[in-house]
Design a protein around this ligand. Structure first.
Ligand SMILES: Nc1nc2c(ncn2[C@@H]2O[C@H](COP(=O)(O)OP(=O)(O)OP(=O)(O)O)[C@@H](O)[C@H]2O)c(=O)[nH]1
Length: 414
């Protein structure tokens, strides 16, 4: 799921391994302790059994030895040796006779575990001595038997406990943690609203996994609002940028003084207009307008006054054309070009006359003075195969003609 240099192992698996190791160590310690205690208890039990056997055997042995009946004594010794707890039996009679029986060699086990005086029946004097050795195999078997029973219980209990703890760790820790990790790894930025839902048994309390889940949900919500803020910011910035681009574009095609289009628009837009008019068989005309004696205004009233005149004439022209079909551009100096798509020579000529009359009829207010103003116009309609340069040259020739004919005139290229 995750790319990492170190090997992955779940917390639950580590905890289960540690619990099993700890349980093993505890089991071993319990085993040793239980073995020791069982050994002690078995020894005590054997001692007690031995003492009982010896006490019970003494009267019979006393009679047999007093009556000097060796066969009976030997039979009794044999019977004692046949008891499972007894490894070896020896009776030393005061007459010097020895009676022995048992599987255990006498020199192996060391001194007798129990050695008792056998008194004569009347109890006046001893008639012999009874020595008993325990059967080590029997004791070991007893220890093993008792220990095994208890240890089997321990092992079963510990194993069961480990299984239970392992199952709970997997259910309560491993599975939810894996679900959280899988959810986090597969979560896409556009899915931040998808809630993290864990399948957990009902509880009356919260735990660390609930805290992680809540933290994750909080993180998702924070990320969502952060992304929403960013989106909003991007949209706002994009809008500002679009406005700026629009403004930059407007400035790049606008003459700063008059607000008309600049020369660049003439170069870019006029050829396209002519092409469109030709393709659809429509008329297109242009008008050159040039303020008369503008140099005199500059010279007499100053350059600022000249600028004001240019601004006012530009505004007047812009106000009179049929925008956005017709458009006005400052050609240079005090000369304007008015482009009239969809207009033939008659309409263009009428428009030029109307403009001329308006300029003449509205003397401009410049620096508190009323300034009479006229302009000359040259009009031309685009011919069937005519290009931009030829069309402008013809209109310009008409303007030149109007100037030479006395100004404040409209000359139309026939
Ligand atoms: N104030 C101002 N003057 C300008 C600007 N551009 C050109 N001019 C001036 O406009 C004047 C044009 O003079 P001319 O070409 O002789 O034209 P005119 O005086 O109008 O004479 P005619 O056109 O023959 O009537 C020049 O003096 C230029 O310096 C401008 O942006 N502002």
């Amino acid at each position: 799921m995750f790319q990492n240099r170190t090997r992955f192992r779940s917390i639950a698996a580590t905890l289960i391994q540690r619990i099993v190791l700890l349980a093993g160590a505890c089991l071993a310690a319990m085993l040793a302790l239980q073995g020791f205690l069982t050994y002690r208890e078995t020894q005590h039990r054997m001692d007690h059994a031995l003492a009982e056997i010896a006490e019970n055997s003494l009267p019979m042995l006393s009679i047999s030895l007093w009556d000097i009946e060796p066969e009976v004594v030997q039979r009794q010794v044999n019977w004692l040796a046949s008891l499972p707890e007894i490894g070896r039996v020896r009776v030393l009679a005061s007459t010097g006779q020895t009676f022995e029986a048992g599987a255990l060699a006498i020199d192996l086990p060391g001194p007798a575990l129990r050695s008792l005086e056998i008194q004569a029946p009347q109890g006046s004097k001893p008639v012999g001595r009874l020595e008993l050795w325990i059967e080590p195999g029997y004791q070991a078997a007893q220890v093993a038997h008792d220990t095994l029973g208890i240890v089997t219980g321990y092992v079963l209990f510990t194993g069961l406990l480990c299984l239970l703890v392992g199952w709970m760790l997997r259910r309560d820790l491993q599975r939810p943690m894996q679900e959280i990790a899988r959810f986090a790894a597969e979560l896409k930025p556009q899915e931040l609203s998808r809630p993290l839902k864990l399948e957990r048994p009902p509880r009356d309390h919260q735990d660390e996994i609930d805290l992680v889940t809540q933290g994750f949900t909080q993180l998702q919500s924070d990320l969502r609002s952060h992304i929403a803020n960013l989106d909003h910011l991007v949209a706002e910035r994009t809008q500002q940028l679009e406005k700026l681009i629009e403004e930059v574009h407007r400035l790049s095609i606008t003459d700063a003084l008059t607000g008309c289009f600049n020369r660049r628009v003439i170069e870019e837009r006029l050829p396209a207009e002519i092409e469109r008019a030709r393709r659809y068989g429509r008329a297109l005309s242009v008008i050159f307008a040039d303020i008369d004696h503008f140099k005199a205004i500059n010279d007499q009233l100053g350059h600022a006054a000249g600028d004001a005149v240019l601004r006012d004439v530009g505004a007047l022209l812009l106000g009179q054309v049929r925008t956005p079909v017709d458009w006005v551009a400052r050609y240079g100096g005090e000369e304007f070009l008015i482009v009239l798509p969809e207009s033939d020579l008659v309409h263009a000529s009428q428009a030029a006359h109307r403009l001329r009359e308006m300029i003449e009829a509205q003397p401009l207010h410049v620096e508190g003075r009323l300034l009479p103003l006229t302009a000359s116009f040259g009009v031309a309609q685009c011919g069937p195969d005519e290009g931009v340069a030829d069309l402008l040259a013809r209109a310009d020739a008409m303007l030149y003609h109007a100037k030479s004919e006395g100004r404040n005139r409209v000359e139309v290229s026939g």
